[in-house]
Ligand binder design. Structure first.
Ligand code: HGY
Ligand code: MN
Ligand code: MN
Length: 426
């Protein structure tokens, strides 16, 4: 069935051009996974991130798009509309990766938006509204916690200076890394920060790999994303006392590792969910002095807790501190909440446009919630927002083995092109 909107733009989406751009970007921070899989380590605000941004800027400005950057480093490439004063349609995602990341998480959404806009222009499709391709700063939150700093600041969810003092494992401040990046892009026009200093977008659409197994198991090409579950991140710091592993009697020890084990054991009980909907993860642990024959003085560990039900997020999340304090024996406990993203529901204006485009293009589609968080979560209060998923092979992500095929990626971008054409003329 022919696409009902912008058939020429849909046809102008180039599978090869998109794949080549993704593979060129995958060279920046290329790593090899345990099984030889090609992955990426291109973390936020690193020189590699800056280099990737330059590559995307080159492709966008060569197209005639106007580049700009805001105080959080969010990068925009604007396709002008026939009515420039109208609120733009935004589409994009993030360019930063996990330390052992894949070649498609985030970056495909930025390249898909660029490809969709390029296809619209090559097809000669004028849009009433401007369309802005956006790359949000630090969505992953692995180098600098939490994630989604760029989209949270853009949406006015937190003030832009909130995270300046956050440090990475090397002790580099977020504010300093951001200043370095912005200095390297001094040639780019500056723009106000989101809705604090400008109009809300007309709509926001983010293309993203599913990062789970559902679409592949269902034999679907497209995920019509219904919303995103809520997430809460905490940092737990236990402070005991270092002591000699050979001489200090266990009865006198204030062993931060032993108390961490007790705390995580108690948290596992708190977070038990026989329906396997709740997500509880401890995956980053720092021990000091981190010496095999000195009892641990301090431990820092992270909590990543997620659930689609706000009541569960609140009840169990608010019980974390008491659960830890009830479990530890000898250490002082400090708990800091670093991220709190409420469950988000996407707008029918966008989800229905995605469904129409998938149907018009003869693609198998299904409605699906997102287990991963995304920048789209913070655009929901500002404007009609939605996402388009494509399958991830075996549901693998945050792993170099993450993979979606050139044709799957192109199918997603063709749906995006049709949705953007529709929204930008609404
Ligand atoms: O952690 C997440 O959900 C996202 O992939 N950063
Ligand atoms: Mn992502
Ligand atoms: Mn991710």
């Amino acid at each position: 069935m022919p696409a009902t909107v912008a058939p020429n733009a849909v046809a102008a989406v180039s599978e090869a051009r998109q794949w080549d751009r993704l593979m060129a970007l995958a060279e920046l921070g290329a790593i090899t996974g345990a099984d030889g899989a090609p992955g990426v380590n291109r973390q936020a605000l690193t020189p590699l991130d800056a280099e990737a941004r330059r590559l995307v800027l080159g492709w966008g400005t060569a197209l005639g798009l106007t580049a700009s950057v805001d105080v959080l480093g969010n990068l925009f490439l604007r396709h002008e509309g026939t009515e420039p004063g109208l609120a733009p349609v935004l589409s994009g995602s993030h360019m930063d990766s996990q330390p052992a990341g894949g070649r498609f998480d985030g970056i495909w959404g930025v390249i898909a938006a660029l490809e969709a806009v390029q296809a619209l222009r090559e097809a000669g499709i004028a849009t009433r509204r401007p369309i802005e391709v956006v790359a949000w700063t630090n969505e992953e939150g692995s180098r600098f916690a939490p994630g989604c700093m760029g989209s949270m600041a853009y949406a006015g969810y937190r003030p832009p200076e909130t995270w300046d003092a956050v440090t990475d494992p090397e002790g580099i401040r977020f504010g300093d890394a951001l200043a370095t990046l912005l200095a390297s892009e001094a040639d780019l026009p500056r723009r106000g920060l989101g809705v604090l200093e400008g109009p809300a977008p007309h709509a926001y659409v983010e293309a993203h790999i599913e990062q789970g197994p559902i679409l592949e198991e269902a034999g679907c090409d497209i995920g019509i994303v219904t919303g995103i579950q809520g997430s809460r991140w905490f940092l737990v710091e236990l402070t005991g006392a270092s002591a000699h592993a050979g001489t200090a009697p266990v009865s006198t020890r204030r062993d931060a590792v032993q108390d961490m084990v007790r705390a995580i054991g108690a948290l596992n009980v708190l977070m038990e969910d026989p329906t396997d909907v709740l997500r509880f993860t401890v995956a980053s642990i720092e021990v000091k002095p981190n010496s095999s024959n000195s009892v641990a003085e301090t431990v820092k560990f992270t909590i990543d807790f997620r659930h689609p039900d706000a009541a569960v997020l609140r009840a169990r999340g608010d019980a974390i501190e008491a659960t830890i304090k009830g479990a530890v024996r000898n250490c002082a406990v400090s708990l800091t909440e670093r991220f709190n993203a409420a469950p988000a529901v996407f707008a029918p204006e966008v989800t229905e446009a995605v469904a129409r485009a998938a149907t018009a293009q003869g693609l198998r589609a299904m409605h699906i919630p997102s287990g991963a968080f995304h920048d789209a979560q913070f655009l929901v209060p500002l404007c009609p927002t939605g996402m388009i998923f494509i399958p991830s092979r075996k549901g693998i992500s945050h792993n170099p083995a993450e993979y979606s095929s050139p044709s799957q990626l192109a199918q997603g971008t063709r749906v995006l092109a049709q949705v953007l054409a529709e929204l930008a003329n609404s």
